[in-house]
Design a protein around this ligand. Sequence first.
Ligand code: PRT
Ligand code: ZN
Length: 292
Amino acid sequence: MSRLRVAIQKSGRLSERSLEILKNCGLKFARSKDKLFWYGQDFPLDVLLVRDDDIPRMLLDGVCELGIVGENIAREVMLERNGSDGMTCRRKLGFGHCHLSLAVPEDMEISSASELEGLRIATSYPSLTRDLLAKKGISTEIVELSGSVEIAPGLGTAEAIADLVSTGSTLRANHLRELEVLFHSQAALYCTTRSIDDEKQGLLDRFLSRIEGVLQAAESKYVMLHAPREALDKITALLPGVEHPSIMPLEGSDRIAIHAVCGETVFWEHLEALKAVGASAILVLPVEKMLA
Ligand code: PRT
Ligand code: ZN
């Protein structure tokens, strides 16, 4: 019988959330002694726990059919391998947000990326940086470093850097200033584009539909409220991400009950606006599972 393989980061910023998504898909695993391979017990999907940098290459080499990795790394490897053949991004996952930014020493008198023309840029993302700068018509010398990129200007190995930033505190601690964001990144689910047999394809479709359900449920809220019948249109328009709510009459009242799954974040402002058009008894509940 066919089995699928998904590669996720073994230990690092993406590990916990990647595993949480798999567990929320209802998957249970038997862990191997070396903890690098987890066997899926009630769904034929096994997990490979590896360094994040290895995930795109494993997908491209056909070692696994699925992988959860930062778009920054996936794009870098895809460009290294001359394009995106072999893997495709199926779904952004809404965590691991960061951006690849150009940064320069605080005291460097420069206001735009174009002024970096001909200078040296240190980065761990040489292909991505070269590609993004080329798209802006800027040609620079790329100095590839595997880590501690932020110390390169201080050491004199480069005039500027292109590195991942989330809070900006690493840049500040190294007296660097963010000049321009080149690329926004988050964790994403990548899928092989190699042809797989029908049985595997069936498993893949089932898994993708579960993941979609998990992610949609995480983004959704179930809203229940009472309202005057004539306010139905206004209420529907105010419920974020809702087109067709369920309507129920209330015994012995001219008011109705409205239930709806809101596909977008429900803020206090939404509830206040609903109340202002006559809604009462408003309840907002989390959604645990969804299957379209
Ligand atoms: O061992 P392995 O190779 O698997 O892990 P790793 O150390 O290479 O990766 P890890 O766990 O640090 O990051 C995994 C992924 O998380 C990255 O590929 C990004 O997609 C995402 N991510 C999100 C980040 C950051 N935020 C981030 N801030 N990756 C790295 N950083 C680093 C950045 O390189 C810089 O050194 O954090 C520093 C900047 O952070 P701030 O908050 O000071 O701006
Ligand atoms: Zn890594």
